[in-house]
Design a binder for this molecule. Structure first.
Ligand SMILES: Nc1ncnc2c1ncn2[C@@H]1O[C@H](COP(=O)(O)OP(=O)(O)OP(=O)(O)O)[C@@H](O)[C@H]1O
Ligand SMILES: [Mg+2]
Length: 100
């Protein structure tokens, strides 16, 4: 994965703020795991990195390029969904590659 930087990202759904000024840098080749209780925002963060969810504030950078408002198919990145959105006849690699 390319170097990913999350700068001061907040996310609000209506009146409810679910992410507060998150700062995170994932280096090229680094393996990063997000751990936390259910509802803490792990999937929301992945969706924002992939471009499937807007950010309320802050910016997202991939490989040195700001992608905060870039469409998902123009980010060069993909995600495997937590549930029921995988193609069962495809391998993990094929599921990821399909959306790219
Ligand atoms: N589309 C949405 N509209 C309103 N609230 C949402 C929406 N998506 C997520 N949320 C809320 O945002 C918070 C973070 O949800 P998220 O799914 O990112 O948590 P999670 O850490 O992935 O949880 P889990 O471990 O159960 O997968 C939760 O309070 C959730 O109810
Ligand atoms: Mg989740």
């Amino acid at each position: 994965m390319s170097h990913v930087e999350i700068r001061n990202v907040s996310k609000q759904f209506g009146a409810i703020k679910v992410m507060h000024d998150l700062e995170l840098a994932i280096e090229n080749g680094e393996f990063c795991a997000l751990l936390g209780p259910s509802g803490c925002g792990k999937s929301t963060l992945l969706r924002m990195i992939a471009g499937l969810e807007t950010v309320t504030a802050g910016t997202i950078h991939i490989a040195g390029r700001e992608v905060t408002d870039v469409a998902p198919d123009r980010r060069g990145i993909a995600m495997v969904f937590q549930s029921y959105a995988l193609y069962p006849h495809m391998t993990v690699r094929q599921n990821i590659g399909f959306s790219l």
